[in-house]
Every structure is written in C-alpha cells, then in structure tokens.
Design a protein around this ligand. Structure first.
Ligand code: NDP
Length: 247
C-alpha cells in the first residue's frame, strides 16, 4: 500500500486520532497537511514527528467551522501543491450535557464544528478532485452517531448527520472516481476521553466485548485502507472500529 505522490489534508491533525492518521498517511508516502485550530505547538510536534520519520508534512491553521477561513486555506494549499487527493474530516469537539440543560450555544458549537465543518471542507476539495478524477474523502463519525448516548444529543446528532452526508456525497461523486467513506471509532484514548471519571470508564469498558479502550492507531489503520487503491470499489461505507461495542 503506497500513497506516494498524494497530497492529504487531515483536519484536527494536531492531536489524538488526527495525529495518528497524519503520521500513518505520511509513513505511506503522502505529503500531509496537518490542520489545527489553536494548538500550534501540538501541530508542530506532529509535523516534526512526521519529518523525523522521513516523511513530508506541514501545519496549516484554520477553523473548520468558518467558511472564509476554509476557502482561503484550501486556495493556498491548491496553489502550493496543485491538488488535494485525500481529505480526512477528523476535527471534532464535545460539549456534553443532558438535553434539559443544553444551551443553544452548546448545540451550535458542536454542530458547526463536527458537521458543518465536514460539509465546508468536502465542498472546498470536491472541484479539484472532480477535475483530477481521483479522490478519497474519509469522514470520522462515532459509535455514538449510530447508537446514541445520554448527555451527547448534540454530538450524536452531528455524528449521525455525517452518516447521511457521507452516503449522499458518495452517490454524487462516485462517477468522478472519488470515494466518500467514514470510520466510526468506539472509545479511543485521546485528550477527548482522557478525563472521563473511573466510574464512566468502567461503565464503557463493560460494554466493550474486547475489554479494552482503543488506540488512535487503530483508527489510522482503517483510514489508510480507505485512502488506498485497495479500497477503490468501496464508497458510502463505514468501518466500525470499536472492539465490538456496537455491531
Ligand atoms: P482531540 O480532542 O484529541 O483532538 C481534536 C482535534 O480537533 C485537535 O487537533 C483540534 O485542534 C481539532 N479541532 C477542534 N476544533 C477544531 C476546529 N474548529 N477547526 C479545526 N480543528 C479543530 O479529539 P480526538 O482525537 O479524540 O477526536 C478526533 C475525532 O474522532 C473527532 O471527530 C471525534 O469526534 C472523533 N471520535 C473520537 C472518539 C474518542 O473516543 N476519542 C470516539 C469517536 C469519535 P487543536 O489541537 O488546535 O485544538
């Protein structure tokens, strides 16, 4: 499996799952644009780790929820590299609380980053991918988008929205050589889940047949398959990487 010569953009590539995806795609030969919103030192660390391993990467700041920032960033990326072959829509946030307590802002922030961001970045690369008649768009959803979760109505709505979006765009772009798929992680150890209480973690563990939390690298493996030529006939699909938590 080689991604040599490919240009990949990973949103939220600075930390956690996005970092592991960036490192994996770079290890397979892609030049990886590591996006972040505010943590430039984490993005620099990711890029440095890619370069130390002999790969190519660069950090680019933009907020996936702001269309002007995305337009400007993708214009620059396309001018500099001439193409974007792989887009991984990974950036995401949580603002967890029960429905009765959920404020409009908590709903809007999560929907704007986790769902509108996927729409905006996908739109920004689709014209260039259509012209080159090759592209891979991989959207990171969640087990929660399929199973729901108390306290995460905003997050689950956004992640389930990604499912419908992915299937629709997969149908629109299939004839142009572009595949659009998703990966649905279960519980993965990252900054997003690190601070869960022991009680919550134990409850989650009890629902995972494999009995362990996942690692960011587990998601990177699924993403790299979908980005490769091996997956050329796979579109509109989701790979569930969750230790059996949801079947
Ligand atoms: P982290 O909190 O560890 O990292 C989040 C990343 O997203 C960071 O790189 C952050 O950038 C970036 N980001 C956040 N908001 C924006 C924005 N507005 N614009 C651009 N970048 C942004 O999260 P994870 O690695 O855990 O999660 C990655 C994806 O996987 C998310 O979509 C998440 O919903 C999904 N997921 C995670 C699971 C888990 O168990 N961890 C389970 C299921 C799905 P910066 O460094 O600048 O803050």
């Amino acid at each position: 499996m080689s991604l040599s010569g490919k240009i990949a953009v990973v949103t939220g590539g600075s930390r956690g799952i996005g970092r592991a995806i960036s490192q994996r795609l770079a290890a397979l030969g892609a030049l990886v644009i590591v996006n972040y919103v505010s943590n430039s030192s984490a993005a620099d660390e990711t890029v440095q780790s890619i370069r130390n391993a002999g790969g190519k990467g660069e950090a680019v700041q933009f907020n996936v929820a702001v269309s002007e920032e995305i337009e400007a960033a993708f214009k620059k990326i396309l001018e500099a590299h001439g193409q974007v072959d792989i887009l991984v829509n990974n950036a995401g946030i949580t603002r967890d609380t029960l429905l009765m307590k959920m404020k409009d802002e908590q709903w809007d922030e999560v929907l704007n980053t986790n769902l509108k961001g996927v729409f905006l970045c996908t739109k920004a690369v689709s014209r260039a991918m259509m012209k080159q008649r090759w592209g891979r768009i991989i959207n990171i959803t969640s087990v929660v988008g399929f199973a729901g979760n108390a306290g995460q109505a905003n997050y689950a709505a956004a992640k389930a929205g990604i499912v419908g979006f992915t299937k629709s765009v997969a149908r629109e772009l299939a004839s142009r050589g572009i595949t659009v798929n998703g990966v649905a992680p279960g519980y993965i150890v990252t900054d997003m889940t690190r601070d869960l209480s022991d009680e919550v973690t134990n409850k989650i563990m009890a629902e995972i047949p494999m009995g362990v939390l996942g690692e960011a690298e587990d998601i990177a493996g699924a993403v790299s398959y979908l980005a490769s030529d091996d997956a050329r006939y796979v579109t509109g699909q989701f790979i569930h990487v969750n230790g059996g938590m949801y079947m």
